[in-house]
Design a protein around this ligand. Structure first.
Ligand code: PMV
Length: 329
């Protein structure tokens, strides 16, 4: 039996623009998904997932090797998790040359699902690590990142960037530009506070909305390029450990995303609550439309303010996690 964990992430800068070749900087956060893989003596795969949402409900889910459930699952997000785990186990079988290996898999995640925090990537990364180690093989983080990307690519019908999986496998702040992914070194501690509206956005619809605006209006294309400029300035601010400048750039990045139509009333309300609480800066994270914002604040002010913000369901601190995938003893 092996348990591995991997972190979720926020976008410090650059979501949406990254789709058009601009750089983005996702950062791993101290909120993890843990996956325990236990070898079975048959070829079956059984998955149970406890506490997959912040509400903490527990659902047991059993599936055959073909991924078809033996039981009905009402909760579509849990069904989606099963798809990711199936593909992750396929990657582990492929990496170890053990196509017959069956597992009991248990998932515990403290990362809200589908809310822009990279929950599926964290589960996939941890599952590949745990299942391969359970078969006596240790993959390096780069290979886990690449195999996890293949999983997301397959499950999401080709609609996946490498950002989430690379960030979750490597930890820390990373820079993604097309297929070029690397870890940023010498990054300061980043006091992230996250606000969650309890919902999620439709990533596909949001991405195609931006694509349409960009095709129709030159100033929308300029806005996407301006996000790239914010990211490049953000890299300098990270290297200089200038948190005030990082905050200003996060504010600017949120404004540009808002102009592209991917914010929402609840995301804007949380961003403004963070600004009113004197956060250094705040922005939505991920595809938008609903889900999470990220603020930079080293005091308790933002977390407290968010708790009293209408539309905010949960608020928590989750600092930069410099560790990527790891084995839990
Ligand atoms: O919501 P998330 O964490 O899956 O992020 C989506 C980020 C986008 O840039 C909008 C799309 C992408 O694949 O990069």
């Amino acid at each position: 039996m092996v348990t591995s964990s991997a972190p979720g992430k926020v976008y410090l800068f650059g979501e949406h623009a990254v789709v058009y070749g601009e750089p983005a900087v996702p950062c791993a956060i101290e909120r993890r998904a843990s996956v325990t893989a236990t070898r079975r003596d048959d070829e079956a795969l059984r998955v149970d997932a406890g506490d997959l949402t912040l509400d903490g409900f527990t659902v047991e889910y059993s599936g055959g090797t073909d991924g078809r459930p033996d039981v009905d699952v009402e909760q579509p997000l849990l069904e989606a998790a099963m798809g990711y785990v199936n593909e992750a186990v396929e990657q582990a079988r492929d990496a170890t040359g053990r196509p017959e290996a069956g597992f009991d898999v248990h998932i515990d995640s403290a990362i809200p699902l589908g809310a822009g925090l990279g929950s599926s990537a964290a589960v996939v990364v941890a599952a590949i690590d745990a299942a391969t180690r359970e078969l006596g093989v240790t993959l390096d983080s780069e290979e886990i990142a690449d195999r996890a990307y293949q999983v997301e690519h397959a499950v999401q019908d080709g609609e996946a960037s490498r950002a989430d999986t690379f960030c979750s496998a490597m930890g820390g702040a990373v820079r993604v530009e097309g297929d070029d992914c690397r870890r940023l070194e010498a990054v300061p501690n980043l006091p992230f506070v996250i606000g969650y509206d309890g919902g999620s956005g439709d990533t596909g619809a949001l991405v195609s909305g931006v694509r349409g605006l960009r095709a129709e209006y030159d100033f929308a294309a300029d806005t996407v390029e301006a996000i790239g400029d914010v990211v490049r300035r953000g890299e300098d601010a990270l290297a200089a450990a200038d948190l005030d400048e990082l905050g200003r750039l996060m504010d600017f990045n949120h404004g540009l995303l808002s102009a592209l139509g991917v914010s929402s009333r609840s995301l804007d309300a949380m961003v403004w609550a963070a600004r009113d609480a004197d956060a250094r800066g705040a922005k939505l994270t991920g595809a938008g439309g609903g889900g999470c914002i990220v603020a930079l604040d080293d005091t308790d002010g933002t977390e407290t303010a968010l708790r009293y913000t209408p539309g905010c369901e949960d608020a928590f601190r989750a600092e930069l996690d410099t560790e990527g995938v790891r084995v839990e003893e």
